[in-house]
Design a protein around this ligand. Structure first.
Ligand code: DGL
Length: 272
């Protein structure tokens, strides 16, 4: 395998990372991808730090074995709690979800008031406020986090237009509304599916989709190291291999909602 044609490894606790893969395929269409979804052990968002770190370690080892040239941790929860562990294991660049989205939010905000929504583990880790504070210069930031644990199952159920989802979003976002935030980070890779309902609730806030900014960062990193696969695409179109730790008959339908196109049959693997 040549250096350029090595795949980009994308890892998530389940299907949420497909919303990141969607941006990657759009921004870097000539690459090969390996997507790893730990569907047997999802959700990570309510698990302990030790467990999330161990699962992330196993996933990164797998992506190193398949000789990825770059790894994207397409899960905010794993990025918030295990990015450093992943970096220590790896001699290739690793991109998490937090840094690119935090930077985008810091640039976007006018009044300095930024909201973060995510899983309990992501919000509890305080990773977003910590990284956002690194961008503080002439602007000062106030960061408001809100855990929204029910949004992951609602997105997976395809309830992205359902009235019950609207009510739950309303309930979760009330506290952020009263803080007058002008920028809201969708700090979970499941949430882009619910963006229209979230935007309806926060009509004046700019929504930050972490997957989009992570994909731009991947483009920058590959481009700076001359590792963008631009020539081989002429012979080989975008190729994505899917690996899952569990697969159900519903998976292709759910995956299509996140990715925007039908996936080829996933390979089942055991990470333990
Ligand atoms: N996609 C995960 C994230 O970005 C949320 C799902 C989970 O709890 O595993 O945090």
């Amino acid at each position: 395998m040549s250096k350029l044609s090595k795949p980009i490894g994308v890892f998530d606790s389940g299907v949420g990372g497909l919303s990141v893969l969607r941006h990657l395929v759009r921004i870097l269409p000539n690459e090969q991808y390996v997507y790893l979804g730990d569907t047997a052990r999802v959700p990570y968002g309510n698990k302990s730090e030790e467990t999330i770190q161990e699962y992330t370690r196993q996933a990164v080892k797998f992506l190193l074995q398949i000789e990825a040239k770059l790894i994207i941790i397409a899960c905010n929860t794993a990025s918030a709690l295990a990015l450093q562990i992943a970096e220590e294991l790896s001699d290739i660049p690793i991109i998490g979800m937090i840094h690119p989205a935090a930077k985008a939010a810091a640039i976007s905000t006018k009044n300095g008031k930024i909201g973060i929504i995510g899983t309990r583990a992501t919000i509890g880790s305080k990773a977003y406020p910590q990284v956002i504070s690194q961008f503080q210069s002439n602007k000062t930031f106030e960061v408001y986090g809100k855990a929204c644990p029910l949004l992951v199952p609602l997105a997976e159920e395809g309830f992205h237009e359902h009235v019950s989802t609207e009510l739950i979003i309303q309930e979760y976002l009330t506290s952020l509304q009263s803080e007058d935030i002008d920028t809201l980070v969708l700090g979970c890779t499941h949430y882009p599916l619910l963006a229209p309902l979230i935007q309806k609730q926060m009509p004046n806030a700019t929504l930050i989709d972490c997957g989009e900014y992570a994909a731009f960062e991947a483009q920058t990193i590959l481009s700076l190291s001359n590792r963008i696969n631009s020539i081989e695409h002429i012979i080989t179109p975008t190729k994505i291999d899917f690996y899952l730790t569990d697969s159900t008959p519903l998976f292709p339908e759910i995956a299509e909602r996140f990715l925007g196109f039908l996936i080829e049959s996933p390979t089942r693997i055991n990470l333990e």
